[in-house]
Design a protein around this ligand. Structure first.
Ligand SMILES: Cc1cc2nc3c(=O)[nH]c(=O)nc-3n(C[C@H](O)[C@H](O)[C@H](O)COP(=O)(O)OP(=O)(O)OC[C@H]3O[C@@H](n4cnc5c(N)ncnc54)[C@H](O)[C@@H]3O)c2cc1C
Length: 521
């Protein structure tokens, strides 16, 4: 469907008069930013010009500069392994955790927050201290307030008004009882099985495997937890962290979301206050930029790796330099594959059996940064917050990139970043449809809570991630294949959040550090 294919009546209803389809309106400014799907879709590149050109050398090659690749490089440099080259097909390091800039203001492209790391995420905790985000005082961790999400943090649009927090209020005593039962089940899972972040630090028991063998929705059904509002919220949480709903992800994943971090607190529960998260205008791009900065000259961007061949003495790699269109040949003693695992399976000339056998689905995601000309009108209820979600929607809401601004004068117009975890069936449309189509999808979604938004929209930058994150479907987390790839040692090792079966900063960062220790040099 083209940009003008939505019926005119629908456009007018959604207030999209400035979306470029009316003859006298200025066309909507915007476009695709951040990712280059055509690069990722290049084939193995045997036809590449210069494939027999000069050979570059490095001690260790790291394919991918996402959080895992950057963490791995950082750990190697600390061990004194200096001779590293990192290659990435994109033009900016950071993978799914990159920042963007719109009209001179920072905003996220993808990942946008980090919960305060717990005791098991010790490497992440160390990083937070080194970056000056945390310090120890009288035996307590004190966080730098500038980087904690400012209040108000979250609100939900429900029953025609905004309410504090994202949990929909239960309707009646029977519903509240279900909220409380789910809370008790999460606490029981924490106590009896153990859950941790990063997840492998909790160990893996028959109880975990039983949860991993069923969908979260199936488990909730069997527990008699069928309240519509509770189920919408749990589904939203799954889509937000795993890219797919409760009927697709495992019960292990659904419980892990709560049990590994803050638990689940029913309304009225005394421990109900949620801890703030760390966030920045450019989202987790703040973190990736700081991880990348000391690696500067070792990072080679715009290099699409096409083939990695293990040899008797080391590895050889073929990449396409996206600037020149020419081939680049590299050789090294060892290689870290810090790409999604399905990409590693295509790049390696001889992938290990576990990688060949692994079956892992990835969710497509769309993000949109919307620059507004003037502030939005206030609707009744809770004031504009950092994270703003609509009850009943399958979209994930929006954050305001200017929420953390410390200078309140003049009051900044909002710069909104909207998030959409799409069904895997939408991947083709994400690639094929023009940006104007997706701009209309985004604008119509936000217009449901802000009817005045379309007329105030100055520009929309869209970013598409065809294979954004691993969906923790039943059986994946406990699979023999993931266990084998996590244990792989030698000249070729893997470092990516895919190794956890789902994707968050803590998993990616720890995967990168641990991969550096499994590498044979
Ligand atoms: C829209 C979105 C929002 C998110 N929000 C959050 C959040 O708020 N908090 C959170 O903790 N997590 C969030 N995540 C999860 C996020 O994926 C992780 O936090 C983390 O960034 C994953 O890092 P990674 O290194 O495992 O993978 P990736 O980021 O996938 O890195 C892989 C890298 O490999 C490169 N690559 C792939 N193929 C090739 C090739 N052939 N040649 C060269 N390079 C290649 C890619 O370009 C990329 O840079 C979000 C993810 C998305 C997509």
């Amino acid at each position: 469907m083209g940009s003008c294919a939505l019926k005119r009546r629908e456009l007018l209803l959604a207030g999209l008069a400035n979306a470029g389809c009316t003859p006298d309106a200025a066309p909507l400014q915007g476009g695709w930013v951040g990712t280059h799907p055509e690069r990722g879709h290049r084939l193995r590149g045997s036809e590449l010009a210069g494939a027999d050109g000069p050979l570059r050398k490095a001690g260790v090659l790291i394919v991918g500069t996402g959080i895992a690749g950057l963490a791995c490089a950082r750990a190697l440099v600390r061990r004194g392994v200096d001779d590293i080259a990192l290659l990435d097909l994109e033009d900016q390091a950071g993978g799914n955790s990159r920042g963007h800039s719109l009209a001179g203001s920072a905003c996220p492209l993808g990942a946008h927050y980090l919960p305060l790391p717990g005791a098991e995420a010790r490497e992440v905790g160390e990083l937070m201290h080194e970056l000056g985000l945390a310090r120890e005082q009288l035996g307590r961790t004190v966080w730098d307030e500038r980087h904690l999400c400012h209040s108000p943090q979250e609100r939900l649009f429900i029953d025609g008004e905004w309410r504090d927090g994202l949990l929909p209020p239960p309707q009646g005593a029977a519903a509240l009882a279900q909220y409380r039962r789910f809370s008790a089940q999460v606490a029981r899972a924490q106590r009896e099985l153990g859950f941790a972040m990063p997840s492998h630090r909790a160990g893996w028991t028959a109880g975990h495997a039983a949860l991993d063998g069923q969908t979260f929705a199936g488990w909730l059904d069997r527990e008699g937890l069928d309240d519509t509002r509770l189920r919408w919220y749990l589904d939203y949480c799954c889509r937000d962290d795993f890219g797919a709903g409760a009927d697709t992800v495992s019960a292990w994943a659904g419980l892990h979301y709560f049990a590994s971090r803050h638990g689940f607190h029913a309304p009225g529960d005394e421990a109900g206050e949620r801890e703030p998260v760390l966030t920045w205008a450019q989202g987790n791009g703040w973190l990736s930029a700081r991880l990348a900065a000391p690696l500067r000259e070792r990072i080679h961007l715009g290099r699409t790796v096409l083939r990695v061949t293990e040899q008797r003495e080391g590895v050889e790699l073929l990449a396409r330099n996206e600037g020149s269109g020419m081939a680049e040949r590299w050789s090294a003693r060892a290689v870290v594959m810090a790409t999604p695992l399905f990409v590693a399976a295509r790049l390696l000339a001889s992938p290990p059996d576990a990688l060949r056998a692994l079956s892992q689905a990835h969710a497509p995601w769309l993000t949109a940064n919307l620059l507004l000309r003037e502030p939005l009108l206030n609707r009744p209820g809770a004031p504009p917050s950092w994270d703003n979600v609509r009850y009943g929607s399958t979209a994930l809401g929006y954050v305001n990139a200017r929420h953390q601004a410390l200078d309140p004068t003049p009051p900044p117009t909002p710069l909104l970043t909207a998030y959409f975890a799409l069904p895997t069936a939408s991947r083709g449309d994400l690639l094929a449809q023009p940006w104007q189509h997706w701009a209309q999808v985004v604008t119509a979604e936000l217009a449901a809570t802000h009817p005045d938004l379309p007329a105030k929209l100055a520009r929309i930058d869209l970013c598409r991630f065809g294979h954004a994150m691993s969906i923790p479907t039943p059986g994946l987390r406990g699979s023999a294949e993931l266990a084998a790839l996590n244990a792989q040692r030698g000249r070729v090792v893997f470092a990516h959040s895919d190794l956890a079966g789902y994707s968050v900063f803590e998993e990616a960062y720890t995967a990168g550090i641990e991969a550096s220790a499994r590498l044979s040099l």
